[in-house]
Design a protein around this ligand. Sequence first.
Ligand code: URA
Length: 445
Amino acid sequence: MLASLSREIIRKKRDGQELSQSDINSFVSGIVSGHVSDSQIAAFCMAVFLNRFNLDECVLLTQAMAHSGQVINWQEEGINAPVIDKHSTGGVGDKVSLILAPILAACEVYVPMISGRGLGHTGGTLDKMTAIPGYNVQPSLSDFKAIVKQVGCAIIGQTGDIAPADKRIYAVRDVTATVSTKDLITPSILSKKMAAGLTGLVMDVKWGNGAFMQTVDEAIELAKAIGKVANNGGLPTTAVITDMNQVLGHSAGNAVEVRESIEFLTGTYRDSRLLEITIALCSHMLLLSNPNLSPAEAEKTVRITLDNGKAAEKFATMVKALGGPGDIMDNYDTYLPKAAIIKPVLAPADGFITGMKTRDIGLAVIELGGGRIRSEDEIDYAVGISHILPLGTAVKKSDPLLTLHAKNDEDWQAINTTLLSCIAIGENPVDIAPVVHSVLLPDTL
Ligand code: URA
């Protein structure tokens, strides 16, 4: 691609003009071939940030990025069944993917889940799976396809073959203050989903003090932006708007969330809000996979699959197929790393839990070493919090509010103080937001 052509495309967007399909395709193929430089990507992203894309341009960029590498064709792999995934906009304690992928696989829906690392204060599914000793989050594309075909689901990290244009664009956005625009976030998320060969997608769009979107209205706006591009780009998508004003489930961290997920799958303990959101997301994935199902039938199928142990079996098979221990469900306690100091944080007064600074709790997990401040940072998979009491719980002074897992006493003391400042205790109970706020079906997006 000629350098002057990329310059002309940047100029058009700089001047607020609409880009054509051929402009967008040339620019993206120049990114993959290396003919477009990082400075040109930066200028392009800033021009889009300032002058925006219309729906057509957003769909075209998404499709061009999706086709910038391999696009998986599951039929060619011998899979003639629905292939559906879920994407969450990120939260604290969001371990739904670990539970949902095996549930759907047990319902004969294929889930090729390409997940990300932690972003900002939110945890990443990829980091959680890495806490399982031996589990390979970076298999080759052919091993990934084979495992999805054999097991029904596989949770892995981004591979170089899928949407490589996004990798370059994202790295440039990260250092040029051009991440936070829906016009670039949407193609970035959806190109990877389209390249994964999905036949349907459910978006979990979170709102609240632990989400990127602070209000329900902002979450709905983002859901509509992503949903419109996905549905116009040929990927049927449902969006579920969910609450993130408290930690989801009882834990936040890596090994602690794997432990909670395993105990959830085996039925040892199921947090009621985590159960509700899991059932809602799984049911909508089933509804996308089979339009003849009623919502009540979909929900019943999900509940049965959880209760009869089939989902737990699928999780075990997936972990083994990706190199983890074959007996993870029985012996997770011996395999998952444990922190040196595990002690409860105590309630400072009698009352009700009336609020959580959820984002700050996510940041406290990073401070413990459970997430990254810089992208090259190593993670301590053992640290985190568990057994956090949900909003609305009545407590007495000195009752445990949560259990804090730290690598040493000094960290435990520091984060104990932080966490106490994150949890409000009041004299009277307060209204608590429902975990599922609303659902936007493909025809309403
Ligand atoms: N996640 C992505 O994959 N891309 C973005 O731009 C933001 C979140």
